[in-house]
Write a protein that binds this ligand. Structure first.
Ligand code: MN
Length: 504
């Protein structure tokens, strides 16, 4: 069923769980270094291998970072919280349990506001955030697309085991159907921006530092209250959970796909299965994972090897007082400084271009020019390549350099695009590309004189008119000079030189 029809009949409700990998030097329960470039199974310790008798100790930095996240989410910080064992068997989990938190998480009851391009702001409730360890990584070899099905053998790497995570669980939310796919992505983007601002994570989506599990359900229109949902869960439809979606584009597409798919099932009078689903970027669709009941029995119990964490008011208030400027506030400031209308600013947010433009400005570019590059030419190229702006192989500094070259009249607008293409193609740095390919503006008067002479020879009729004082066709000569200099002449200067020539 088409999306528009689906949302005219059904109200989507979404809940999102986000895992963020914390950027600490060492793991959550042991002094093993976090090193994603290390050879497999070298960034480990007895604790991250779960060897018998190895005892965990909590990394203080993890507690600090979790608190900062909680404060930025306008949430409450628990005076006391404990770790718990979440029991399940999986080869990348040596202990057969994950050390996590259950009914006593460190952070609970928060909310953030998320703005969309329609100019509206939506409140998303935060139910809780807890600390936990990441598992190791299984690599299945010999099967199709890295899945275990059909694999000849599997390899396990424990370097990631014990990397600290904070899991943020939203409350379910229900707003206008047409904005739900965007809102889901905008919420995760807001969290990502907060992690970055706090400096608690590298927060690179494409590297999997931030991973989102997206729960989607449909219910008949008007069957329950909309907004942040805190009661009346029984009126919600059966949900599916699409796991580990890690780009904003994929989040939008996965939500759209699930809404259309579930609407088809409900229209046919059938029931949506409660299950996890996998997102496939190549086919822009989800496929069935494993069935999931509401009360998967993980037999949680308090971790006996870790003492409860007691946080004093003083500790928390000290962190609160030293929080950096958060994205919501920063956005308001930049919008004012850059003198932009709501729509222009929201377009930037939606294009995920804010920090790119900000960095370009910090690298010396004017806000106007920085915005033009990222929202114009670069957005067009990103769209063509079907990639996110920030994944384009070009930096804010390089854009600022190119813009400066234009302003210093070292290259023309047209050549700037050529330089941009070369940088994107990995041909080197801005300066070396201009040097090597001889793209610098021809400002040498002799060279320009030669080009103008040649242009006159090619257009005797035009030269005739200019001589008789009719300057109307001057553009033809300028155009010819540009052609002769392969676009590298400063058109303004060429005009002046031609004018001077024919005036006398
Ligand atoms: Mn988790």
């Amino acid at each position: 069923m088409r999306f528009e029809k689906a949302i005219s009949k059904y109200q989507p409700t979404i809940g999102i769980e986000v895992h963020v990998e914390l950027d600490t030097l060492t793991k959550i329960f042991c002094p093993a270094k976090i090193d994603f470039d290390a050879e497999p199974n070298l960034a480990i310790s007895p604790v991250s291998l779960g060897l018998p008798g190895a005892l965990p100790v909590v990394n203080e930095k993890v507690i600090e970072y979790a608190c900062k996240i909680g404060l930025a989410l306008n949430a409450k910080i628990a005076e006391k919280c404990i770790f718990a064992r979440k029991n399940y068997f999986y080869p990348d989990l040596t202990k057969n349990f994950q050390t996590s938190q259950s009914d006593e998480p460190i952070v609970y009851d928060g909310n953030i506001e998320v703005s969309l391009s329609n100019g509206k702001t939506y409140k998303i409730g935060i139910e809780r955030a807890h600390m936990e360890e990441d598992a190791g990584k299984n690599t299945h070899v010999g099967g199709a697309s890295g899945r275990i099905q059909g694999a000849k053998y599997s390899l396990v790497d424990y370097n990631r085991a014990g990397v600290p995570l904070v899991e943020i669980v939203s409350r379910p939310f229900s707003y206008e159907g047409e904005i739900m796919p965007q809102l889901a992505a905008a919420y995760v983007r807001s969290l990502r921006d907060i992690f970055k601002a706090l400096g608690v994570s590298k927060a690179q989506m494409e590297k999997g530092n931030v991973r989102a599990d997206i729960n989607v359900s449909l219910s008949p229109i008007d069957s329950h209250e909309c907004g942040v949902i805190t009661t009346g869960f029984e009126k919600l439809g059966t949900r599916t959970e699409t796991k580990n979606v890690n780009s904003f584009r994929s989040i939008t597409n996965a939500v759209r796909f699930e809404i259309e798919r579930q609407a088809d099932i409900l229209e046919a009078g059938e029931e949506v299965l409660q299950e996890t689903r996998h997102w496939h970027e190549n086919t822009a669709s989800t496929s069935s994972g494993r069935p999931k009941s509401d009360s998967d029995d993980y037999r949680y119990f308090p971790e006996p090897n870790l003492v409860p964490i007691i946080l004093t008011k003083e500790y928390v208030e000290n962190l609160r007082a030293n929080l950096p400027e958060l994205p919501a506030k920063k956005n308001a400031r930049l919008k004012l400084e850059w003198n932009l209308a709501d729509k222009e600013f929201n377009d930037i947010l939606n294009a995920n271009a804010l920090s790119l433009i900000e960095q370009t400005v910090l690298a010396g570019c004017s806000p106007d020019s920085a915005r033009k590059w990222w929202m114009g030419e670069l957005s067009r190229i990103a769209k063509e390549k079907n990639t996110d702006l920030e994944d384009l192989p070009i930096t804010a500094t390089q854009i600022a350099q190119i813009q400066k070259k234009i302003e210093d009249k070292q290259i023309t607008d047209k050549i700037a695009r050529q330089v941009l293409t070369a940088v994107l193609a990995g041909e080197g740095e801005v300066d070396s590309i201009i040097d090597k390919q001889g793209l610098a503006t021809v400002s040498d008067d002799n060279a320009l004189e030669d080009a103008i002479k040649e242009a006159i020879e090619r257009n005797p009729d035009v030269a005739q008119k200019l001589s008789s004082g009719n300057m109307a066709p001057i553009g033809v000569l300028i155009g010819t000079v540009m052609k002769i200099t392969r676009g590298q002449a400063d058109a303004g200067k060429v005009r002046q030189m031609i004018m001077a020539k024919f005036k006398s």
